[in-house]
Structure formats: structure tokens, C-alpha cells
Design a protein around this ligand. Structure first.
Ligand SMILES: Nc1ncnc2c1ncn2[C@@H]1O[C@H](COP(=O)(O)OP(=O)(O)OC[C@H]2O[C@@H]([n+]3cccc(C(=O)O)c3)[C@H](O)[C@@H]2O)[C@@H](O)[C@H]1O
Ligand SMILES: Nc1ncnc2c1ncn2[C@@H]1O[C@H](COP(=O)(O)OP(=O)(O)OP(=O)(O)O)[C@@H](O)[C@H]1O
Ligand SMILES: [Mg+2]
Length: 271
């Protein structure tokens, strides 16, 4: 195994082989225990995009909340949040995911006006916000909405970060990277898919091509195209398998380049 590969696997805590039932239970119990240990917290809040990760994190959240309600007789709730930028091309997938996970409540916040207003206000200073940069504003607008909903409902924001995304830093810093609890941390992409399969999710949702879908110039751009490496290679790398030097180098470059996203802000004590 490559020396950095070993270090990354230890950091991401990915197992080469998982017991799917055990991992489902582990995530559900984690969410339940977190709410039970932090008295006053009653709600889990999560944006549902129609993609694999939020479908899984949403179903795990609903299972946790349903069990908590049954076991405590208290008013725990899971709020699924739709956060389209205007019209979303795969809106029907998002609604199918919400129906399947049986979310207690659905809230819809269209982020278009706030994102466009932010772009306009910044550009009024003579700057030009690129389509790529605007994509990160969209991810941060979604973060603001979810924290506002959590704030109004004694809730915490669920994040969908997992090993195969964390390793490449393929998320917006303080955007979708910002959350209170991340039940998928440790799992790679195919392991997440196997949890969804076990939970009897609709196949079209977990076999869908992963996309951040943040750019207007490149709609539904597959993550694998943006990253230059496949999730199969990333998963194999995280499971300690040998992959081509070319793919390993791409992964390790992303890992090094995005180190700043996996930590607290730098201070005078860091340099
Ligand atoms: N060395 C360093 N030390 C400390 N801070 C550093 C830094 N380099 C950049 N930064 C800071 O980080 C910022 C850049 O990071 P960031 O804003 O995240 O932006 P960036 O990493 O450039 O872009 C985010 C990437 O994640 C993808 N994404 C975003 C959201 C969701 C998903 C998804 O899969 O759903 C994917 C998106 O498509 C794009 O490729 C800079 O503006 C700067 O503020
Ligand atoms: N249009 C959206 N509406 C609601 N939430 C969203 C939307 N887009 C992104 N999100 C949130 O941002 C998270 C990060 O997006 P990401 O694309 O990594 O995950 P995903 O769409 O759930 O799965 P996949 O990686 O398979 O596309 C989502 O899991 C979801 O919580
Ligand atoms: Mg997506």
C-alpha cells in the first residue's frame, strides 16, 4: 500500500469490508444518542437533492427519529428541506427520495433570489463572480437556510460528507461542508450505495450519476468528470486496494490541496 494511502485510510476510518446491517445501526444509533445526550435538541434537518448521499442520510435520520419518538414518546422530528435554485431539473428524484424516506415534514426554500442578490451586491464593487464561484454561493445559501430551520426547531443540521468525498475535499467549505452531525463519515461511495440497497431504496436513486450540479455552464456535471478520477478508484483506494499510479496521484493531490477544509481555521500557532 502507498504510504499516504495508509495514512488517509486511518484518517477517513474506512473499512475494506463492511457489515451493512451493522453500519446502518451504527449511524442510526449515533444520531439517536447525539440527540439524547444533548438535551433540548429535538430535530434533524437535512437538504434533500435527489442524489445518493442525501437519500441515505435522510432515511437514516428518519429511522433514528421514528425510533426516538417511539422510545421516548417525545416530539422528535425529521425535516427534509428542498433547496432548489429556481427550477431543478431532477426535482422528481428529490421528491421521490423524500417520499421513500418518509420524512415527517418537508420545507421548501428557493435559494435563487438570495444567491442572485448576493452575486449582484458583490459585483457592485467591480468584481466578477464566475459561474464556478456562484456555485459555491449556492452551496453556502443552502447551508444558511438549513441552519435557520435548525435554529427555529431546536434542531441540528445533518451533513452528507463521507470518506469518498472528504478525501478529495469535493464540497464547498462552510457550504455543504458545514453541518453539526455527519452520519456517513467513514463510508465510501459504494458502501453508501450498499446501505441504500439494503434499505430497499428505489434503484434509480442509488444508481444515479453523482453530481454537485452547482454550475449553470455545465449542468449536472458528473463529480467524476470534475475530479478526473472515478469513484471506483477512490473507493478501491480507501479500501486499501491497489489502483493505477495515475489515479492514486490524482486522489493524493486533491487530498493535499484540500487539507485546509478538513480542519479548523489556521491560527498563529500553526505556522
Ligand atoms: N491553502 C488554503 N488555506 C486556507 N484556506 C484556503 C486555502 N486555499 C483555499 N482556501 C479557501 O477555500 C476557498 C475555496 O474552497 P471552496 O469555497 O470550497 O471552493 P473550491 O474548493 O474551489 O470549490 C468547491 C468544489 O467542490 C465542489 N462541490 C461543492 C459543493 C458540493 C459538491 C457536491 O459534491 O455536492 C461539490 C464544487 O463543484 C467545486 O469543485 C477559498 O476561497 C479560500 O477561502
Ligand atoms: N438542490 C438541493 N436541494 C436540497 N439540498 C441540496 C441540493 N443540492 C445539494 N444539497 C445538499 O448538499 C449535499 C451535498 O450534495 P452532494 O451532491 O454531495 O450529495 P447528493 O446530491 O446527496 O448525492 P450525490 O453525490 O450522489 O449527488 C446534499 O447531500 C444535500 O444535503
Ligand atoms: Mg448531488
Amino acid at each position: 500500500m502507498r504510504p499516504l494511502q495508509k495514512e488517509i485510510i486511518e484518517y477517513e476510518k474506512t473499512k475494506p469490508v463492511i457489515d451493512v446491517d451493522e453500519e446502518i445501526r451504527r449511524s442510526v444509533d449515533f444520531l439517536k444518542n447525539y440527540l439524547l445526550k444533548n438535551k433540548g435538541l429535538k430535530t434533524l434537518v437535512l437538504g434533500i437533492s435527489g442524489g445518493q448521499d442525501s437519500t441515505l442520510a435522510g432515511r437514516l435520520s428518519e429511522i433514528a427519529i421514528t425510533e426516538l419518538r417511539q422510545e421516548t414518546k417525545e416530539n422528535y422530528e425529521f425535516i427534509a428541506v428542498r433547496l432548489p435554485y429556481g427550477e431543478q431539473a431532477d426535482e422528481s428524484d428529490a421528491m421521490q427520495a423524500i417520499e421513500w424516506m418518509q420524512a415527517d415534514k418537508v420545507v421548501r426554500v428557493n435559494i435563487k433570489d438570495s444567491v442572485d442578490a448576493m452575486v449582484k451586491a458583490v459585483e457592485a464593487n467591480g468584481m466578477n463572480i464566475s459561474d464556478f464561484n456562484k456555485g459555491n454561493i449556492k452551496a453556502r445559501a443552502r447551508m444558511i437556510a438549513q441552519f435557520a430551520i435548525a435554529g427555529d426547531n431546536s434542531g441540528v443540521v445533518v451533513g452528507t460528507d463521507h470518506a469518498a468525498e472528504n478525501i478529495t475535499g469535493f464540497y464547498t467549505k462552510f457550504g455543504d461542508g458545514a453541518a453539526d452531525v455527519t452520519p456517513l463519515f467513514r463510508l465510501d461511495k459504494r458502501q453508501g450505495r450498499s446501505l441504500l440497497e439494503k434499505l430497499n431504496a428505489p434503484k434509480n436513486l442509488y444508481e444515479k450519476t453523482p453530481t454537485a450540479d452547482l454550475e449553470e455552464d455545465r449542468p449536472s456535471l458528473p463529480d467524476e468528470k470534475a475530479l478526473g478520477v472515478s469513484y471506483t478508484d477512490i473507493d478501491n483506494y480507501l479500501e486499501g486496494k491497489e489502483i493505477s499510479d495515475k489515479s492514486a496521484e490524482i486522489i493524493e493531490n486533491w487530498y493535499k490541496k484540500t487539507a485546509h477544509k478538513r480542519r479548523q481555521p489556521y491560527t498563529v500557532f500553526d505556522i
